[in-house]
Write a protein that binds this ligand. Structure first.
Ligand code: PEP
Length: 253
């Protein structure tokens, strides 16, 4: 079965101590994950080592960075490279979150470089795509997300792209409390998979987990994750509340 993933995105929230407690509370629920189920915590850079050591004894729990730089190394004060993450045994990295696209001017071309650097450093990119509200209202969301995939991912060979994780996150649903309906989510996830299949074939497309992100909560996760092409979620707000994220992990197929 394709991997099913509950990924927490803490963004710029929690002190170190609050983060430790949040992880302790979630891990003390002792949710046993099946071999195809994963829980991933995308935490601020200074918390990577603490999080890694909290999860490393647990089966199928992982730490992720929320970003990496698009250059290998050099005079980029304040930045963190994929090689640095690899040297800390960080195996996942969120790439192209809409907040970074918007506030840090990240382009599809820059994200292609970040994805390459992740793969060069044995890091699985959690690649985010998704349309703003005006595109959804114009009904052109499929073309919009297809271009994001093509420009950032379709230079990859099949044996690399099959290891990626995609998160479809409609920008109008992130942090707004507005969730895509199960029909909207399934429709665009199926479309994304068909675009990948068009480029790489069905077998590759069927291996890639496509997560949904945008106001996933404890009370809607099960319904969203039950869609055939929704393979879990990338979760912001609700991942900061232990009881809620526990329910979201439990909602995985
Ligand atoms: C996110 O940050 O990726 C996200 C989906 O946030 P929220 O769950 O708060 O909408």
């Amino acid at each position: 079965m394709r991997k099913q993933i509950a990924a927490a995105n803490w963004k710029m929230n929690c002190t170190f101590q609050q983060g430790e407690k949040l992880l302790d509370d979630i891990l003390s629920a002792e949710i046993e994950l099946a071999s195809h189920q994963l829980a991933i915590f995308a935490v601020p850079y200074p918390y990577l080592l603490m999080t890694r050591s909290e999860v490393e004894e647990e089966q199928n729990y992982y730490v992720a960075a929320q970003n990496c730089h698009d250059k290998k190394f050099g005079a980029y004060t304040g930045e963190v490279s994929a090689a640095m993450l690899h040297s800390m045994n960080v195996n996942y990295c969120v790439i192209g979150h809409s907040e970074r696209r918007e506030y840090n001017g990240e382009t599809n071309a820059m994200l292609a470089d970040k994805v390459n650097l992740c793969f060069e450093n044995f890091i699985t990119p959690l690649f985010c795509c998704g349309e703003p509200l005006n595109i959804r209202e114009a009904g052109t969301q499929n073309d919009y997300v297809a271009v994001q995939l093509k420009e950032s991912l379709f230079h990859l060979p099949a044996d690399k792209i099959k290891n990626i994780v995609i998160a479809y996150e409609p920008i109008w649903a992130i942090g707004t409390g507005k969730t895509a309906s199960t029909e909207q989510a399934q429709e665009i996830h199926q479309y994304l998979r068909s675009v990948i299949a068009g480029q790489y074939g069905e077998a590759v497309a069927n291996e890639i987990p496509i997560l949904y992100g945008g106001s996933v909560k404890a009370n809607n996760a099960k319904e969203l994750f039950s869609c055939a092409d929704v393979d879990g979620g990338l979760v912001g707000g609700a991942s900061l509340v232990a009881a809620d994220f526990i329910e979201i992990i439990k909602a995985l197929k």
